[in-house]
Design a protein around this ligand. Structure first.
Ligand SMILES: *Cc1c(COP(=O)(O)O)cnc(C)c1O
Length: 383
C-alpha cells in the first residue's frame, strides 16, 4: 500500500502538481511581509486578507480580552451549549450590516457550503452551478443529492437554456459574487432576472465580495445596487477581507431557522472559539468604514494593470489579478523567479483552475503600497 502512495506522489511531482505547505511567519508591521524558514523576508501577494485587517491591533485586542476570561475553546456544538454572547452579538451585527433578518455562523466557508444545499434542496431539485464555482460549492451540491448541472462561466444564454428545460422540483442558481481565481464578477442583475423569470432561487457565495465590493463593503448587492431580498441566501467567509476566521449565511428568518435544524455541517461542528467571534466583531466596523482602503486597492490594481500591459492577465476589477501562464511548469518557474526576487506568489494549478490555465494569482491587499506593486512588476520582468 505504501508503494502505491509513493508512486502516486511521484507521478504528481512529475506533472508539476505536487503541493506542499510552507511555514511563513509574519514579520512585524502592517505590510504583508513574512519570513520563510531560512529567515528570508518575502513580500506576499498570496493572501486573501484584502483590507489588511488580519494584522489590525483591534482584532488582536478584542480576541485577547475575550479569552483573558473564561475559556478558549467553546467545547461544544452551538446547539449543545457552545454558543456564547460573542457569537450572538456577531450574528446580530452582521445581520444589521447587511440589512437581513438573520445570520447563522458556521465554522468555515467550506463547512457552510457543504451544509447549505443538503439542508435546502430535495432530490428532485436542480442545482445550476457556474462552471468556475468554488470546490466547496461543488462538493456541497454533490453531497446534497440534488441534480447538478454546470453552466459555462457567466454565460447567461447557457444558463437560460438549462433553465428552460422542463423539470420537477425547484431550481437553484448558484454563483460567486467575485470569482476566487479569475477575480471577475457575476452579472448579478441578470442572474436575478433569470431567477425571477424561471422561478429559481439564487444563492451567492460572497467570499471575495464582502469587504471588497460596495461602498460599505456589503458585496455584490451593494455594488450592483440590486434588491438583496430577491436573493435567497448569501454565504460569506470571515477568513478573507474580515481578517479573521469562520463563516456565515445571511438570509431571512425562516431559511436561517431551517438551516439551524437541517444543515449537518452546522449541527455537528464545534462552535467557533468566542474570542474569534469577538475579533470578527471588532473587524466589522473597520471593514464597513474602509472606503479609503477600498479606494487604495483600486489604485494598486490600476498601477499593476498598467505595468502588465501586453501580458496575458485577466481583466478583473477586483484585488484578484490572474496572470495566465498555461502549463504547470511555466507557472512553477514564474513563482520561483518571483521567489528569488523576494516575492511570495505561489503558482495556482489544476484542479484549482482548469487544465492548461495554470497561473499566478496575484492577490492585492490595502496593506500594499504603490512601491510594493513596483517591486512586483520589476520582479515580473524576469518571468
Ligand atoms: C475561500 C472560499 C470558501 C471557503 O471559505 P473558508 O472560510 O476558507 O472555508 C468558500 N467559497 C469561496 C468562493 C472561497 O473562495
Amino acid at each position: 500500500m505504501e508503494d502505491g502512495w509513493a508512486q502516486a506522489l511521484a507521478e504528481r511531482s512529475a506533472l508539476g502538481l505536487l503541493r506542499q505547505t510552507e511555514v511563513l511567519q509574519p514579520a512585524p508591521g502592517m505590510r504583508p511581509l513574512y519570513h520563510d524558514a531560512a529567515g528570508r523576508l518575502l513580500l506576499s501577494f498570496a493572501s486573501n486578507d484584502y483590507l489588511g485587517l488580519a494584522r489590525h491591533p483591534a482584532l488582536r485586542e478584542a480576541a485577547q480580552q475575550s479569552f483573558a476570561v473564561g475559556e478558549f475553546g467553546s467545547g461544544a456544538a452551538p446547539l449543545l451549549g457552545g454558543e456564547r454572547r460573542q457569537h450572538a452579538e456577531l450574528a446580530a451585527a452582521l445581520a444589521s450590516w447587511l440589512g437581513v433578518e438573520a445570520v447563522l455562523l458556521f465554522g468555515s466557508g467550506y463547512l457552510a457550503n457543504l451544509g447549505v444545499f443538503g439542508a435546502l434542496t430535495s432530490a428532485q431539485d436542480h442545482l445550476f452551478l457556474d462552471r468556475l464555482a468554488h470546490a466547496s460549492l461543488i462538493d456541497g451540491a454533490r453531497l446534497s443529492g440534488a441534480r447538478l448541472q454546470r453552466f459555462r462561466h457567466n454565460d447567461l444564454e447557457h444558463l437560460e437554456t438549462l433553465l428552460r428545460k422542463p423539470r420537477s422540483g425547484r431550481a437553484w442558481i448558484v454563483s460567486e459574487g467575485v470569482f476566487s481565481m479569475d477575480g471577475d464578477l457575476a452579472p448579478l442583475p441578470e442572474l436575478l432576472a433569470l431567477a425571477q423569470r424561471y422561478d429559481a432561487a439564487l444563492i451567492l457565495d460572497e467570499a471575495h465580495a464582502f469587504g471588497v465590493l460596495g461602498r460599505e463593503g456589503r458585496g455584490s448587492v451593494e455594488h450592483w445596487q440590486c434588491d438583496g431580498d430577491a436573493l435567497i441566501l448569501r454565504i460569506g467567509t470571515l477568513g478573507k477581507a474580515f481578517g479573521s476566521y469562520g463563516a456565515f449565511v445571511a438570509s431571512s428568518a425562516f431559511p436561517i431557522c431551517w438551516l439551524q435544524q437541517a444543515a449537518r455541517s452546522y449541527l455537528f461542528h464545534t462552535a467557533l472559539p468566542a474570542s474569534l467571534a469577538a475579533a470578527t466583531l471588532a473587524a466589522l466596523p473597520l471593514l464597513q468604514q474602509a472606503q479609503d482602503r477600498r479606494e487604495h486597492l483600486q489604485r494598486l490594481r490600476q498601477r499593476l494593470q498598467a505595468g502588465l500591459h501586453g501580458r496575458p492577465f485577466l481583466p478583473s476589477q477586483t484585488p484578484i489579478q490572474g496572470l495566465i501562464l498555461g502549463s504547470n511548469a511555466a507557472a512553477l518557474a514564474a513563482a520561483a523567479a518571483l521567489r528569488a526576487a523576494g516575492i511570495y506568489c505561489p503558482a495556482v494549478r489544476p484542479p484549482t483552475v482548469p487544465q492548461g490555465q495554470a497561473r499566478l494569482r496575484i492577490s492585492l491587499s490595502a496593506a500594499h503600497s504603490i512601491e510594493d506593486i513596483e517591486q512586483l512588476l520589476h520582479a515580473l520582468e524576469r518571468v
